[in-house]
Design a protein around this ligand. Structure first.
Ligand code: ADP
Ligand code: TZD
Length: 598
């Protein structure tokens, strides 16, 4: 684009429905010789291929949202900044372009900050742009409207944080934010724009010069040849090799290469939650159903785009065959990651391969020819046997039709729906609702499963669903615990307002984990773990013109989801399940300290 500022001016002056006549007039004048800071922000984003803003308007950024919409950006306006932030972050994960979230100062900024920190934690590229108060007043703590030193607060939670004080620096500010979000290990970036900047206008020619179209924001990082051969040499020694795919492998969009590596080596693989579907979960080499067998038994483990954090029991302890919680199980590790600092975070990494996954996996593949020996049959047979046994056991459980409906009988329905609609995107949060969905519902395509990620954070549900629908245009199904849904439930209005193809399924068991707890004191208050019984979440969706359905059987659930998928109408299915069905903390009971004496 040769002349982005001028281009934007032509469009932004046009729509009278978006701007008042005064504002439109001002914009027309500026179209001739000056550019406002609003224009510069919009043009800088557009110039860099960012076509959507997720945000919540108010002073000082209301006009930015109006002008962005007038200029042809899609502006998705939320009911709470946290959901807008989660939406931006998952858009970043899905597209490899930073998702942009826009908020007002102090409280608006803070509301989005959880999402920014979560993006950094999960390696999602995101840019939070917040308006802020008068610098001079903030720094002297003189009590400005929504006063807060936002830059200082964002810094420890973001991969990078920048402030722009002059309109002519907006181009640089946005370019730096994009590079920081995307290059190397992706993460959340904060960009502080004080209200005073928005009031500035500069000469249009200077403005044009100031914008930067970022060239190669996520440069390929080619692994060192010796690192690649070290990894291959180690892999060749393995008797019981295992590949673990993490969500970095999903993010990298090197799907064909990863699949080829798995298939050419013949090594069983385990997908982490959001890596499900890079290869279809029904792939014969998937060891997902034999996880508790392969982790302690494997001798060489190659981790691609994943971390040995709590989700993998830190690579040691009983899960890995160690005799005590801290003891190493004896595995040797290869770790493929873009971050040179990740190796040795928890246990020794014998062969780190540092680079982007596409380049690393291609380099590994180049060293694997037809003479490559598949893993010993003994190992493959043992893995298959465990896997088939566990799948058969699960099939038996899923075939049951208990009354009341439970997690399994409800999720058997979701499993069939995703099998029939593999392009649909599955958003998932809760505790039991999360763990059971992850293990029961097979995914067939990459980046179709979006969930609570590294923190196990509740509240991502509606923001993720909205962004998934906006970015992909595909049908979204959000499987939600009733507690999890509550964190972002008001965004069903946003779903209805933008008429998005989102079907929310609440597995409603009347509480956190389950719904049958009593107040131990015998007093009139309910237990802290329970909610209003048989709450009609479906009516919440109806309130905004969407479809709300209450179901109590798998047959009703199937029908309701099928209708939603056919109509693509915003739908909420309130699936009442057995309130005694859940376990405390789902699968992570070990992390839950409880008083010794009950
Ligand atoms: P999971 O939770 O699925 O195990 P994590 O979020 O813990 O995955 O790990 C993702 C890893 O992927 C991070 O260490 C990150 O540095 C890495 N990563 C992200 N993008 C890329 C990429 N393009 N190439 C290589 N590694 C990447
Ligand atoms: N707050 C935030 C932001 N994240 C969290 N993870 C929690 C609180 C604690 N928490 C969990 O870890 S799971 C969960 C909470 C509150 C809800 C579990 O209940 P649910 O799901 O109804 O969503 P199940 O299916 O009934 O277990």
């Amino acid at each position: 684009m040769d002349d982005p500022v001028a281009m934007h001016k032509t469009t932004s002056a046009a729509p009278p429905q978006a701007l008042s006549s005064d504002e439109a007039g001002a914009s027309r004048v500026s179209a001739q010789d000056t550019a406002s800071a609003f224009d510069l922000v919009i043009d800088a984003l557009k110039l860099n291929g960012i076509d959507t803003i997720y945000g919540l308007p108010g002073i000082p950024i209301s006009d930015l949202t109006r002008r962005a919409q007038a200029a042809g950006l899609r502006v998705i306006s939320f009911r709470h900044e946290q959901s807008a932030g989660y939406a931006a972050s998952i858009a970043g994960f899905m597209t490899q372009r930073p998702g942009v979230c826009l908020t007002v100062s102090a409280p608006g900024f803070l509301n989005a900050l959880t999402a920014l920190a979560n993006a950094t934690t999960n390696c999602f590229p995101m840019i939070l742009i917040s308006g802020s108060s008068e610098r001079e007043v903030v720094d002297l703590q003189q009590g400005d409207y929504e006063e807060m030193d936002q830059l200082a607060i964002a810094k420890p939670l973001a991969k990078a944080a920048f402030r722009v004080l002059h309109a002519e620096d907006i181009g640089v500010g946005i370019a730096r934010a994009i590079r920081a979000a995307l290059s190397g290990r992706p993460g959340g970036v904060y960009l502080d724009l004080p209200a005073k900047v928005f009031a500035q206008t500069i000469d249009a020619a200077v403005a044009r010069q100031s914008l930067i179209e970022v060239v190669d924001p996520a440069p390929r990082q080619i692994p060192a040849p010796e690192a690649v051969s070290r990894a291959l040499d180690l892999l060749k020694t393995a008797k019981r090799p295992l590949i673990i795919l993490g969500k970095g492998a999903a993010y990298a969009q090197a799907d064909a290469e990863v699949r080829s590596l798995v298939e050419k080596t013949g090594i069983p693989y385990l997908p982490m939650s959001m890596a499900k579907g890079i290869l279809p979960d029904t792939h014969p080499q998937s060891a997902a159903a034999a996880r508790s067998y392969v982790l302690p038994e494997a001798d060489v483990v190659m981790i691609i785009g994943g971390r040995l954090n709590w989700l993998l029991s830190h690579g040691k302890g009983k899960t890995w065959g160690g005799n005590s919680p801290k003891e190493w199980g004896g595995q040797r590790f290869i770790q493929v990651d873009i971050s040179p600092q990740e190796a040795d975070s928890n246990v020794r990494i014998d062969a780190p391969v540092v680079g982007d996954i596409g380049s690393c996996v291609s380099a590994l593949l180049a060293g694997i020819d037809s003479s490559w020996l598949k893993p010993p049959a003994e190992w493959l047979d043992a893995v298959s046997e465990r896997r088939n046994k566990n799948i058969a056991k699960m099939a038996e459980t899923l075939g049951k039709n208990p009354s009341p409906m439970n997690f399994h009988s409800a999720l058997a329905v979701v499993r069939d729906i995703i099998k029939a609609n593999p392009d649909a995107i599955l958003v998932n949060e809760g505790a039991n609702a999360l763990d059971f969905t992850r293990s029961i519902v097979d995914m067939y395509k990459p980046r179709k499963r979006l969930d609570v990620g590294t923190w196990g954070v509740m509240g991502v549900g509606m923001g993720f669903s909205i962004a998934a629908a906006v970015v992909s245009g595909q049908q979204v199904i959000a499987v939600e615990g009733d507690s999890a849904f509550g964190f972002s439930g008001m965004e069903v209005e946003t779903i209805c307002r933008y008429n998005l193809p989102v079907c929310v399924v609440i597995l409603n068991n009347n509480g956190v984990y389950r719904g049958d707890e009593k107040n131990p004191s015998g007093g009139p208050d309910p237990s802290p773990m329970v909610f209003v019984k048989n709450a009609r979440y479906d009516m919440l969706m109806q309130a905004f013109g969407g479809a709300g359905v209450q179901v109590t059987t798998p047959a009703e659930l199937r029908e309701a989801i099928q209708v939603a998928f056919r109509s693509r109408k915003p739908t909420l299915v309130n699936a009442m399940i057995d309130e005694t069905a859940g376990t405390e903390s789902g699968r992570i009971t070990s992390l839950n300290p409880t008083a010794k004496k009950k």
